[in-house]
Write a protein that binds this ligand. Structure first.
Ligand SMILES: [Zn+2]
Length: 507
């Protein structure tokens, strides 16, 4: 099958100046890229005059692991030009699966109604192939899932023997094609990992020459310490390839740390680390509502927390600790998802507003939402500022990552953060406002993530590369998704092809 796109302004993804020309693709591979006009061979021909042609975007940070099985059309991703997604982030892969973590994973993803029937990455991949997802999926191995597969979600320090078993599980994921290891050191049970567990695992990552991606232990109060912990563990393991997930400075009291953070990153790069990061271009994060809880509840996995909250005295205790939070805090937390349908009308609203409508204290409402199902309760937290966002994404080692799962256009599988539909355009437009040349901006969504995750044949418009292509109108390219209407499509994306096949036509 032949695809010809002529008269396009071609951005090759590598950062070179764009040029007007023709791209010829055969059987899903780019065969010819030529400047100027060309006698166009017969086939499927698009005249792309006035439009820009870029490589398909690579989502450096996706959580589509299960949602892509439930909604393989991946509307939220492909409509913003994404043709490849890196999954298994933040320690949360959906393999390996054992009796120790199956129930938890099934519950965590309950809203998608997908049976977790596989036991390893190969099994997951076979299920993926059956569902024929619109985007290509590149898997990481998730530390939380690996650890839970070995010894569950409890607070537990690994013995030397267990560490060796964990390394063997990681090696098995690598043998099955995982592109790297991810950690989520904020979450249970990843947070129970000490330095020797981390450096021990990174030894395996180094041996396989894969990348280590990390949701840092702290992104706020202990941000710099967490970056240092990461670098020290990598140094001890002899690992150079380190990638910081959704890099941010969380919490107003920490915003000033940006200067020190940038110095630290530059020093690490100068010391020989291939240190990279991804970021979604918004100042509100989205994660489990349960992350608001202090100890000892923060040491419980969501399933155990839900069970614990059925007990009235525990419920009262959680309500009390939440009531101790500063009152203004509730205005900065939005409810995005909850178990069941009872709270649906409050999605997108702050917990302060929802609680006022119910004539309740927000702490009581939050405890009730967690009791109904902590695994299904997600909230957006306002903890970042725009100036720091801009300084971080200006760094030429920062790729665009949505930190979201692929969603259908409707709300049948719940609501996403607007980043699930608007990240790529927003990322580009912020950098455009910052004065970066467009070819450098496109590089951040294409060849940079391809380099970070070592994706041969992806991220460039070049002969021999995959015919993953985005045709867009640079003047119209803009995001429209908001918290009130998070599944609004990005404007200006005209066509998206994956391996030469048209997968999206926009207006
Ligand atoms: Zn994360």
């Amino acid at each position: 099958m032949k695809l010809v796109i002529k008269n396009a302004l071609i951005y090759d993804g590598g950062g070179s100046r764009p040029f007007s020309g023709t791209v010829v693709c055969v059987d899903g591979i780019i065969k010819l890229v030529a400047g100027g006009s060309l006698a166009v061979p017969a086939g499927q021909v698009y005249d792309a005059r006035g439009l820009a042609l870029t490589p398909g975007f690579i989502d450096a940070h996706s959580h589509s692991d299960i949602s892509i099985l439930a909604a393989p059309e991946a509307a939220g991703k492909i409509s913003q030009g994404i043709t490849t997604e890196i999954i298994g982030n933040c320690g949360l892969s959906v393999y390996p699966v054992t009796k120790h973590n199956r129930e938890h994973l099934q519950e965590f993803y309950r809203s998608y109604n997908v049976e977790i029937s596989w036991t390893d990455l190969n099994g997951y991949r076979a299920e993926l192939a059956r569902r024929r997802p619109a985007a290509d999926i590149v898997p990481l191995s998730g530390h939380n899932t690996l650890r839970a597969a070995l010894c569950g979600y409890g607070k537990h320090r690994l013995s030397n023997g267990e560490l060796r078993q964990l390394q063997a599980l990681l090696a098995a994921d690598f043998d099955q094609g995982a592109a790297g290891l991810s950690t989520g050191l904020l979450y249970v049970p990843g947070k129970f990992a000490d330095f020797s567990e981390l450096s021990g695992l990174l030894t395996t990552v180094a041996r396989y020459d894969r990348v280590y991606t990390t949701h840092l232990r702290s992104e706020g109060n202990l941000l710099l310490e967490s970056v240092n912990e990461t670098l020290a563990a990598a140094r001890q393991a002899g690992l150079k390839r380190v990638h910081l997930s959704h890099l941010k400075v969380a919490g107003a009291a920490n915003w000033h740390k940006i200067d020190e953070l940038l110095i630290l990153l530059e020093a690490a790069q100068n010391a020989g680390f291939e240190l990279t990061a991804d970021r979604y271009p918004y100042t509100e994060s989205l994660t489990q509502l349960s992350t608001m809880l202090p100890e000892p509840y923060s040491d419980l996995d969501d399933l155990t927390l839900t069970k614990t909250l059925q007990n009235d005295s525990d419920f009262a205790r959680v309500e009390t600790v939440l009531k101790a939070l500063p009152a203004e805090r509730w205005q900065t937390v939005r409810l995005v998802a909850a178990a069941g349908h009872e709270y649906e009308r409050f999605y997108g609203q702050s917990l302060a507003a929802a609680a006022a409508a119910l004539n309740q204290h927000p702490a009581t409402l939050s405890a009730e939402i967690l009791r109904a199902g902590a695994a299904g309760a997600a909230a957006a937290f306002q903890g970042m500022n725009e100036a720091n966002l801009r300084r971080l994404i200006r760094l030429d080692t920062v790729a665009c990552g949505t930190d979201e799962s692929a969603r259908p256009a409707d709300y049948s599988l719940g609501r996403s953060h607007p980043r699930g539909f608007g990240s790529t355009a927003r990322f580009c437009n912020i950098l455009r406002e910052e004065g970066l040349p467009p070819e450098q901006i496109i590089r951040r969504l294409t060849s940079l993530p391809a380099q970070i995750f070592r994706l041969p044949g992806k991220g460039r418009i070049k002969a021999g590369y995959a015919a993953d292509l985005v045709l867009l109108d640079p003047d119209e390219f803009s995001d429209t998704a908001t918290f009130a209407a998070p599944h609004q499509l990005t404007r200006g994306i005209r066509r998206v092809w994956r391996r030469g096949e048209l997968i999206y036509s926009g207006s």
